[in-house]
Design a protein around this ligand. Sequence first.
Ligand SMILES: C[S@@+](CC[C@H](N)C(=O)[O-])C[C@H]1O[C@@H](n2cnc3c(N)ncnc32)[C@H](O)[C@@H]1O
Length: 306
Amino acid sequence: MYRTALGRAHCADSLEHMAVEADGSVDLVMTSPPYALHFKKEYGNADQADYVDWFLPFAHEIKRILKPDGSFVLNVGGAWTPGAPERSLYHFRLLLALCDQVGFHLCQEFFWYNPAKLPAPAEWVNVRRVRVKDSVEYIFWLSPTAHPRADNSRVLQAYSKDMERLIRRGIKETKRPSGHLVKPSFAVDKGGSIPPNLIECGNNESNSFYIRESKRLGKKVHPARFPAELPRFFIEFLTQPGDVVLDPFAGSNMTGSVAEQLGRKWVAIERSEEYLRDSQLRFQDNEPAAVDKSNKPSQKLLFRGA
Ligand SMILES: C[S@@+](CC[C@H](N)C(=O)[O-])C[C@H]1O[C@@H](n2cnc3c(N)ncnc32)[C@H](O)[C@@H]1O
């Protein structure tokens, strides 16, 4: 449908389109497919019972087009069993099938903590008050190998105040109650702290050019957009400038827009003509997407991750 300096966006069913992408041509597949939600979004969601069967053909194509040391980052939200305060196991079943049937390796699971999530389902959380707010989504980092290309020094976070003080003052060798030996080298400035596998970010895009222009032009804003921080973190962690990032469920093409900003080539596939057409707004903007490089977790996590 459109091209930019570094990318191309295809309006197509991604199962059909991925078939024409070459074997081993992609460094990172970063995506969020429709989840198995009981209350379906406007773009349609597969049912919990059919979800694994629905997704596996996409997963086989993703594995084929990935480079042998590339990565597949999959964001899936949890779901509730209809009519009961009971969690669905669909995403765990999916993960097992991706590893056991498709042959992916689980490199690490991440959690996206969105403090702005609304309490739901209302019946169990707000009315009967027998469950709490569900504020995390799963992100499975998979690869055809257990050793995909990755470098956490590209996603370091700002040191906490405590860590800055330790770096300034230095520390003596001590043994923690846990038995861990903390050596003076712990307090050497390595440019930032190693991030944890918890990514804290809300969907704070409310004032972006894409949202403002969509509203001004009377267009529909995509109902389930990535915050820029999610693709930013994984693109920097798992790829280098010039590498290829592909999103087979591109929606408003946040993945492509962040990839372009970071100098990566990108391929977006989205079957809704309307979403994809409107996603071009992300590239007509002179303000970069709100990529928050600080990924501010709580002080405790910063310290644990240091
Ligand atoms: C959760 S949304 C992705 C949103 C995206 N991460 C963003 O930042 O805007 C999932 C998208 O997948 C699209 N989709 C569903 N099935 C598809 C298919 N078979 N091929 C291509 N796109 C599909 C839907 O239209 C929807 O826009």
